[in-house]
Design a protein around this ligand. Structure first.
Ligand SMILES: [Zn+2]
Length: 96
């Protein structure tokens, strides 16, 4: 897995980003715990899957604080779409 920061700020909260082999054993790539502010990622995740998986969990974080009531399918669709747009149009990253 490529090096990424050990935490991410989402609104008023800072989530720790942790590698956790138990995530892979459950057949998923990543998961978020809102009570402990942790995002756990499969340490064997392919680099090209990491971005989508992290965006997926970050969208769950945004949903938690903003009450968007996104379902799992919509979170996945949005994560794939955001990563697709950022990869296809790198200049978008600079506008934030
Ligand atoms: Zn999810």
């Amino acid at each position: 897995m490529v090096d990424i920061p050990s935490s991410v700020k989402v609104g008023p909260f800072i989530y720790k980003i942790l590698e956790d082999g138990a995530v892979e054993q459950r057949g998923i790539y990543a998961e978020v715990y809102h009570r402990t502010f942790e995002i756990k990622i499969d340490p064997t995740i392919a680099d090209q899957k990491l971005s989508v998986s992290l965006w997926h969990e970050l969208l769950h974080c945004l949903d938690d604080i903003q009450g968007m009531e996104l379902d799992e399918k919509n979170v996945s669709r949005l994560a794939n779409g955001i990563v697709m747009l950022l990869r296809d149009n790198p200049w978008l990253r600079e506008l934030a």
